[in-house]
Design a protein around this ligand. Structure first.
Ligand code: 6CS
Length: 313
């Protein structure tokens, strides 16, 4: 059997590290019965195409980041709400791996698209890499921010007054270089491997915003698997949670050191708590928009996650 697995990222990325280890474990445990073929970013089109190819059964599985799949499955956009996560990444990881309401609500929404939710995991803290200093919402006025093409990501920057420009991942570097956009948001490892640091001057940590991805599968394919293979998948995805948590932490740390070395004049800013609070005030209309887009199941999910992350009213 061959299981084809799609990635939204290039070789060396968090998704690549994940897929290679997943392949190794599945092939070893299935004793040669299953081969996992990995398709890196770019080999099968843009990120959105991977979801379509998985619904069609061309791919059996793919990564689907919440900012990418959010226009198709609005419920997934809950993780694009700024400041939804906890400060404690171990707690964040466990909610993403086990929360019952999360798997129920998102699982049901995906089934409507012939897709099946396999897992969620974190890829790192979101960092704004920009050409001007941004420390208060007003600094976004007239700022041309590249966004992933999902309504809530667009909303989450337009509420600050930014001009939002949706662009595929592969076009972000060129757009920064040609001065078509003023900045973008991604984890450190991505800013290093996509070379965004070469064409931006500031790296700004807004706090408590995480790049979140999922692995989804073709539902008909999954249902056709033997009981033994379903267990193999369930156990492997569960084991991968701790593996990737440590790997993404280490990779983001290592790539930050590299950026500091390659670009000594980069300015690094972490928003203070007071600065974060000024941005956090805008979460209210963003949350309302989420509920508008994701309806009653979304509202239930938002409530469950606020509880799980220990967010106060
Ligand atoms: O910014 C993006 O579009 C992409 N960023 C990452 C880190 N992974 C995939 C996603 O498409």
């Amino acid at each position: 059997l061959v299981w084809r697995f799609g990635l939204e990222e290039i070789d060396g990325s968090v998704q690549d590290i994940y897929a290679k280890e997943f392949k190794r474990r599945i092939e070893e445990k299935s004793a040669g019965q299953v081969t996992v073929d990995i398709y890196s970013y770019g080999t099968l089109g843009e990120s959105e195409d991977l979801t379509t190819l998985t619904s069609l059964g061309t791919l059996q599985m793919t990564h689907a980041s919440v900012g990418i799949i959010g226009s198709l499955v609005p419920e997934m956009q809950v993780f694009n709400i700024p400041y939804i996560f906890s400060q404690d990444d171990k707690l964040n990881q466990s909610v993403l791996t086990n929360n019952t309401t999360l798997y129920e609500v998102v699982g049901n929404a995906l089934i409507d698209q012939d897709l099946r939710l396999m897992t969620f995991y974190l890829e790192g803290d979101m960092v704004w890499s920009t050409n001007t200093e941004i420390v208060k919402p007003d600094d976004f006025k007239g700022f041309r921010m590249r966004v992933m093409n999902s309504p809530l990501v667009i909303e989450s920057f337009s509420v600050y007054g930014a001009d939002t420009i949706p662009l595929p991942y592969s076009q972000v570097y060129g757009a920064l270089q040609a001065n078509i956009i003023d900045g973008q948001s991604n984890p450190v490892f991505s800013i290093e491997e996509m070379k965004f640091y070469e064409v931006t001057e500031y790296m700004i940590w807004p706090g408590k915003q995480k790049f979140t991805t999922s692995v989804i599968a073709n539902q008909a394919w999954y249902l056709s698997l033997s009981a033994e293979h379903k267990v193999l998948l369930r156990d492997t995805f569960e084991e991968m949670s701790d593996f990737i948590f440590e790997k993404q932490q280490a990779l983001n740390k290592a790539q930050l050191t590299k950026i500091k070395e390659f670009k000594p004049n980069m300015t690094f800013i972490t928003l203070t708590r007071a600065q974060q609070n000024a941005f956090r005030k805008f979460s209210v209309p963003i949350r309302e928009r989420y509920v508008e887009l994701a309806g009653q199941p979304g509202e239930r999910l938002l409530k469950a996650l606020d509880e799980a992350f220990g967010n106060k009213k």
